[in-house]
Write a protein that binds this ligand. Structure first.
Ligand SMILES: N[C@@H](CCC(=O)N[C@@H](CS)C(=O)NCC(=O)O)C(=O)O
Length: 192
């Protein structure tokens, strides 16, 4: 199998960290979504990375779906409960962290077009701020959720150094600082 992804994709980093923690090999094929490469469109007609391509050519898309697939490869994995309230809590934390990334990506695309202010931009920053505050209270819920949170926070640090997500969210800051030292996060650090 291989993961089609750009080296800086935070959604892909989430998956690469999870694979690392699960002891799974997850080769990455450097793929830029913006040029619509045929291999990516074959796996994901939406033209987004990450996309997982299995040995038989089957495409699995959207990082939460790929994350669920990775977890399913390791029966007895301890990153996330398979069912029950802890399962739903972990998925909700993932959705919050992914939502922060979604808003950040929208901001990046707007910036690339010279749009750095306005109601739609403000709405993204407010969504990020609210989600971070909720995530701050969810730290420690599961290893899986913590990975999702730290990936999102480190993406903000990487792409939005002026956004101060630390001061009002000390649990996020402590978690991110701790996880960034782990081999999985070190191995998946985005290139400068
Ligand atoms: N919900 C998707 C979001 C993936 C996503 O937005 N990826 C960005 C790059 S980080 C992308 O491929 N953008 C290209 C586009 O939107 O056309 C996931 O979780 O995998």
């Amino acid at each position: 199998m291989k993961l089609l992804a750009s080296p800086t994709s935070p959604y892909a980093r989430k998956l690469r960290v999870i694979a690392h923690e699960l002891g799974l090999s997850l080769p990455v094929e450097d793929t830029s979504p913006m040029t619509d490469p045929a291999a990516l469109l074959a796996a994901n007609p939406l033209g987004k990375v990450p996309a997982l391509v299995l040995e038989d050519g089957t495409g699995i898309i959207d990082s939460p779906v790929i994350a669920a697939w990775l977890l399913a490869q390791v029966p007895g994995q301890t990153l996330k409960p398979d069912s029950g309230p802890g399962h739903w809590a972990a998925l909700t934390t993932e959705a919050l962290a992914d939502g922060v990334l979604d808003a950040a990506i929208i901001l990046r695309f707007n910036m690339a077009q010279g749009i750095i202010s306005g109601p739609w931009v403000d709405r993204q920053y407010r969504a990020i701020e609210r989600a971070l505050a909720v995530m701050n209270g969810r730290v420690g819920g599961s290893a899986f959720g913590d990975i999702c949170i730290a990936v999102a926070c480190d993406y903000l640090a990487f792409r939005f150094p002026d956004v101060d997500w630390r001061t009002h969210n000390p649990a996020l800051a402590a978690l991110t600082d701790r996880l960034l030292e782990t081999p999985a996060f070190v191995a998946t650090r985005p290139p400068a």
